[in-house]
Design a protein around this ligand. Structure first.
Ligand SMILES: CC(C)(COP(=O)(O)OP(=O)(O)OC[C@H]1O[C@@H](n2cnc3c(N)ncnc32)[C@H](O)[C@@H]1OP(=O)(O)O)[C@@H](O)C(=O)NCCC(=O)NCCS
Length: 162
């Protein structure tokens, strides 16, 4: 006889509901109004608010609601993944993961980032690095001076040789 699989509360959310939810999330470029909302969220979540441009962003939209955003910033010496946020009530449903995957999937060059949550980025192939471009050192300096937290900032990269 076939047994009904009983999920724990945690498995139910992560394993069963989350994929259904993610299937209803769309990823696209923001409109001007959505970009204004992104700026507000970036300020509220104390993320990197320097050099913000609408075209750098990809957003996640669920039932016409902006639920997440992430950007690729082109410096003169590298590409940086930064200013990633999922709107608080929508966190831990797979949106951040899907958004980052969508944003970086067609990038063939090296991608750098600075963060305090390396575990979030390891599944994409990012590794902690000790040698990095000048703009990434500047980002670390900015984070340590302007976005002060108890955790340690680390630099990470997906290095593809370009
Ligand atoms: C970090 C953030 C973008 C994650 O978005 P999210 O939609 O909640 O994350 P997901 O649900 O896609 O999680 C994907 C995986 O990362 C893990 N994860 C989520 N948040 C994490 C965190 N803060 N630290 C470590 N791992 C985390 C999840 O457990 C999940 O693991 P699993 O796939 O093994 O189940 C979101 O919490 C956020 O906006 N935080 C505030 C802003 C911020 O810190 N931005 C990052 C700056 S570098």
């Amino acid at each position: 006889m076939k047994r009904t699989k009983i999920l724990t509360k945690k498995q139910n959310l992560r394993g069963a509901i989350a994929p259904l939810f993610i299937g209803k999330v769309n990823f696209r470029k923001p409109t001007e109004i959505e970009f204004s909302s992104i700026v507000s969220f970036i300020i509220a979540y104390e993320l990197d608010n320097r050099g913000l441009k609408k075209e750098q962003f990809l957003i996640a939209v669920y039932e016409n609601i902006l639920v997440g955003f992430a950007r690729l910033r082109e410096h003169s010496d590298c590409i940086e993944l930064c200013s990633i946020g999922v709107v608080s009530p929508y966190r831990r449903k797979g949106i951040g993961k899907a958004l980052v995957a969508e944003l970086i999937k067609n990038v063939s060059k090296n991608i750098f980032l600075v963060c305090i949550i390396p575990d979030f980025f390891i599944p994409f192939g990012f590794k902690i690095i000790n040698k990095f471009p000048v703009s990434i050192q500047e980002k670390i300096n900015y984070c340590e001076q302007e976005l002060v937290v108890a955790e340690t900032y680390v630099a990470m990269a997906i290095e593809r040789g370009g």
